[in-house]
Design a protein around this ligand. Structure first.
Ligand code: AMP
Ligand code: MN
Ligand code: MN
Length: 343
C-alpha cells in the first residue's frame, strides 16, 4: 500500500494503485451509488465525478431507482449536472465505479452494469460489503465513503476545490452523525479541516441537511413519535423502541422517503431502548424501508444482513414486503436471537 496522507486501511491498499492508474487513463466513466441515495452516496459520487471530469474524462452519474429525483435536501450539491437517469446510463460502461454500495442488488436497475462493464471499481465502507468489483476499495473502518473518495482524489492529483469540498463534507457530516459517531477519528477531523479551509459554508450545508424541512415534516415527526411503542423486554431485555411512518401519510404531506431519514435519530434518543427501529412505508414501490440503530450492544448490521438488507454494525436497514406488524415481529425475533456485544 502506498501511503496516502489519510492512511486509509482495510482492503483499500491492495487495489488502490491500480484504481488510480485505471481512472487516470479512462476516457469515460460511469458512477453509480445505492438506491435511495443519502448524503454520503450522493456527495461521494458527485465529488469523484467532478474530480474525474477535471481530468478530462466523460463522466455520468446515476442510481438505479425510479422516479429519478434528487432529494430536495441535497439539491445544493455541486455536480448535479453529472446526473443522468438510469435509463440513459450506457449498457456496457468502459469503467463503472460503484460508491457507498454494499452489494450488487443495492444498485437497483443498474445492477446489470457490473457484469457488463469493462472494469468495475467498488468504493465503500459497509461492513456487509461483498467486494463485488474487479477492484475493491473497501474499508469498513472508514467513517464515510467520502473519506475514501477524498483519499482517491488526492492520489489522482486533483486539487481540492470548493465544490469538491461541499460534496465531501456532506458525505462526512451525514455518515458521522455530525461528527458524533465512534468512527469519527482524528483523521476525520483533519479531513474536515482541509474541507473547511477551502471556504465552504458548513453552517449552510448542515442547515440544509438537518434544519430545513417543510412544516408537514414536523407534524409527521410528531405523529410518528406519539405513536411509537417501547418494549423493554425485547432484545433480551435491552429494549426496543419502534415506530411506523405509513406511505399514505408521506403522500398526504407531500414528502418522500428521503425527507424522513431523520425520524430514527429522534426515536433512538429513548434511553430505555438499546435498539430503535423505524418502518417507512415506500409510497412509490410499496413495502417498508426499515431503519435500525443500536447503541453498541447489538450488531444490527448482521441482523439486517440476515433479513436481506445490510449496513454497518450500529446503523443498518432492510426492505420488507410484509405488513408492518409481521415485519416488526420478524425483526424482533432476529434481535432476540442476536448475541450481545461487550460494551
Ligand atoms: P438508513 O437506515 O437507511 O439510514 O441506512 C442505514 C445503513 O444501512 C446505511 O449504511 C444503508 O446503506 C444501509 N442499508 C439500509 N437499507 C439497506 C438495504 N435494504 N440493504 C442494504 N443496506 C441497507
Ligand atoms: Mn449511504
Ligand atoms: Mn456511507
Amino acid at each position: 500500500m502506498s501511503a496516502g496522507t489519510l492512511g486509509v486501511g482495510g482492503d483499500v491498499g491492495r487495489d488502490v494503485d491500480e484504481v488510480v492508474r485505471l481512472l487516470r487513463g479512462a476516457r469515460s466513466v460511469v458512477l453509480a451509488c445505492h438506491v435511495g441515495p443519502d448524503g454520503d452516496a450522493l456527495g461521494s459520487m458527485l465529488a469523484l465525478g467532478l474530480a474525474l471530469r477535471s481530468l478530462g474524462a466523460d463522466v455520468v452519474a446515476s442510481w438505479g431507482g425510479e422516479p429519478f429525483e434528487v432529494p430536495a435536501t441535497y439539491a445544493f450539491l455541486p455536480g448535479l449536472d453529472l446526473l443522468v437517469p438510469p435509463s440513459e446510463v450506457p449498457a456496457a460502461p468502459e469503467v463503472l465505479v460503484a460508491l457507498d454500495t454494499g452489494s450488487v442488488d443495492r444498485l437497483g436497475s443498474l445492477a446489470d452494469r457490473v457484469a457488463a462493464s469493462g472494469c468495475c471499481v467498488v468504493v465503500d465502507h459497509h461492513a456487509s460489503n461483498t467486494s463485488f468489483g474487479d477492484l475493491n476499495l473497501v474499508d469498513d473502518t472508514a467513517a464515510a465513503t467520502a473519506v475514501l473518495v477524498a483519499d482517491l482524489v488526492e492520489r489522482l492529483g486533483v486539487p481540492l476545490t470548493h465544490d469538491l469540498a461541499v460534496d465531501l463534507y456532506t458525505g462526512l457530516v451525514t455518515d458521522t452523525g455530525s461528527f458524533k459517531y465512534l468512527a469519527t477519528t482524528p483523521s476525520v477531523h483533519e479531513l474536515a479541516a482541509r474541507l473547511l479551509a477551502t471556504g465552504i459554508r458548513h453552517d449552510l450545508i448542515t442547515r440544509a441537511i438537518y434544519d430545513d424541512a417543510p412544516f408537514g415534516y414536523v407534524q409527521l415527526l410528531g405523529r410518528a413519535c406519539a405513536g411509537a411503542s417501547l418494549e423493554q423486554e425485547a432484545v433480551g431485555g435491552l429494549g426496543l423502541v419502534s415506530c411506523v411512518v405509513p406511505a399514505d401519510e408521506l403522500k398526504l404531506s407531500g414528502l418522500g422517503l428521503a425527507d424522513v431519514e431523520g425520524v430514527i435519530d429522534v426515536l433512538r434518543v429513548s434511553q430505555e431502548a438499546e435498539i430503535a427501529v423505524v418502518l417507512k412505508g415506500d409510497p412509490v414501490e410499496g413495502g417498508f424501508k426499515v431503519s435500525a440503530r443500536s447503541k453498541g450492544a447489538v450488531d444490527v448490521g448482521a441482523v439486517c444482513t440476515a433479513l436481506g438488507g445490510g449496513g454497518h454494525r450500529f446503523a443498518a436497514g432492510f426492505t420488507s414486503w410484509d405488513d408492518g406488524p409481521s415485519t416488526l415481529a420478524r425483526l424482533r425475533a432476529a434481535l432476540d436471537a442476536a448475541p450481545h456485544l461487550p460494551v
